[in-house]
Design a binder for this molecule. Structure first.
Ligand code: ADP
Length: 271
């Protein structure tokens, strides 16, 4: 009797957290992003790299809902993003971590980290305290809940901003994985501080079971945080691949970026 090999059922593609299809962005008629495509699945960390002015922050601002594309389609959890989220009863859970910790100076660390819960949840004060303490412990901070940001070192403030990104959005009733956006999180830091922040990025994305998009041009950050890499130059994705491929490819844009050479296809106006 002939035994036919079982046919493997096709694996369904995981639902995307964020998708861009042919997205363009124009400022004063000039294309800053030109028909870019991107698909991000839960648990993935994507690094967007490229020289200054390439359009990296514009990608983050579009994903954060702070800008609308001039053309193309942007979906978060399958939902088209059309009106800067003002139309959405339940806007997607998108959390931003800036280069600057952006803490509110007049609020304590507890109030900063628990900000969303104090404003939008029905949790009791004690429950919020417990969640805030867990988030602070996850980033290695203990016993500072009653302090004000101005009383902390720059590094501690940065940790507090990561703890804030660990707090679940209470309006995210379906518990869909959050999208975490990191804008130049390690720019201007010394190498040891860089490594600490890079560990925090990996840990924060893992703890939230979310997806992370990191904009950076710091090589150690790419090294420690990237799973997928996109190189953006002059509004277009010139290359994308895994971190291992980023090291080995001879794509001229990636080669120039890796070596910092003045020779190559990327010629910023200021060079
Ligand atoms: P990057 O983050 O890679 O440095 P950006 O996304 O900030 O690049 O900017 C890409 C281009 O878009 C730059 O040339 C910048 O001057 C232009 N740009 C960004 N925001 C605006 C704006 N609000 N108005 C006009 N031009 C803008």
């Amino acid at each position: 009797m002939a035994v036919s090999a079982p046919i493997a059922a096709p694996q369904p593609k995981p639902a995307a957290v964020a998708e861009m299809e042919e997205v363009s962005m124009h400022w004063n008629g000039r294309p800053v992003l030109d028909r870019v495509n991107l698909r991000l699945v839960p648990g993935e960390r994507l690094m967007v790299v490229g020289p200054s002015g390439a359009g990296k922050s514009t990608i983050l601002r579009l994903l954060a809902g702070l800008l609308l594309p001039s053309a193309g389609r942007l979906r978060i959890h399958g939902e088209p993003q059309k009106y800067l989220r003002l139309d959405q009863r339940r806007p997607p859970d998108v959390r931003l971590v800036f280069q600057n910790p952006a803490l509110l100076a007049s609020l304590t660390v507890r109030e900063n980290v628990g900000f969303l819960l104090y404003r939008h949840s029905r949790l009791k004060d004690q429950q919020i305290r417990e969640r805030v303490n867990m988030a602070l412990e996850a980033v290695g901070l203990y016993g500072i809940e009653d302090r004000f940001p101005g009383e902390l070192s720059g590094g501690m403030q940065k940790r507090v901003s990561f703890a804030r990104a660990l707090i679940d959005d209470p309006s995210n009733a379906e518990g869909r994985p959050p999208l975490l956006l990191f804008d130049e999180p390690t720019a201007g830091l010394d190498p040891v501080a860089c490594t600490r922040v890079e560990e925090l990025i990996v840990r924060t994305v893992a703890l939230t079971r979310g997806s992370g998009v990191v904009v950076s041009h710091v090589m150690s950050t790419i090294e420690h945080c990237a799973e997928q890499v996109i190189l953006l130059y002059d509004g277009q994705f010139r290359w994308n691949g895994t971190l291992a491929e980023f090291h080995s490819t001879d794509n001229p844009y990636v080669s120039q970026f890796r070596t910092g050479s003045l020779r190559g296809p990327m010629q910023p106006a200021e060079l």
